[in-house]
Design a protein. Structure first.
Length: 156
């Protein structure tokens, strides 16, 4: 009888620990979404992005997607400045990329072609990169020296 109680108690503890350590269906899995604002002297443009701030998320990026909504993109965030390059291997849609400093200043905008293995790099270290459908920056008059307003907590 005593052994049965001990085993039942142990089983209860094991099940409780398994539940606590198991998958959290409500927790974030992969990139989460945020809204960004690019601004310049009264000009404000909104963009809805997935935030890739973990190494695996940054490596995956927008690979293997057939399309992306017009007002959507991906924000790549690093904990410190980086000189990491980008390529389009396994990326099926044409994209444009903006490189942004830790202070939120756009320092470069470039177009990238689908499935290209050409390495695209910023002219100097940056903290964030924003990928959008090719031409979005031009269509929305977002250019070098514009400011990117980041939501609180992004990239930290």
């Amino acid at each position: 009888m005593r052994l049965t109680r001990v085993l039942t108690c142990c089983l209860g503890v094991v099940l409780a620990l398994a539940a606590a350590c198991g998958d959290d269906a409500d927790g974030p899995v992969g990139p989460y979404t945020e809204t960004l604002h690019f601004t310049r002297a009264g000009h404000d443009v909104t963009l809805h992005v997935e935030v890739a701030d973990e190494p695996g998320e940054r490596s995956q990026g927008l690979m293997n997607r057939d399309s992306m909504p017009d007002d959507a993109g991906m924000l790549f965030a690093w904990p410190g400045d980086t000189e990491s390059g980008f390529w389009m291997k396994d990326t099926l849609i044409p994209l444009s990329i903006a490189f942004v400093t830790a202070g939120g200043v756009v320092i470069d905008v470039q177009d990238m072609e689908p499935q290209s293995e050409e390495l695209i790099q910023a002219p100097r270290p940056y903290r964030y990169a924003v990928e959008v459908n090719q031409g979005w920056f031009g269509d929305n008059d977002v250019r070098v020296d514009d400011l990117l307003q980041l939501p609180v907590g992004v990239g930290q």
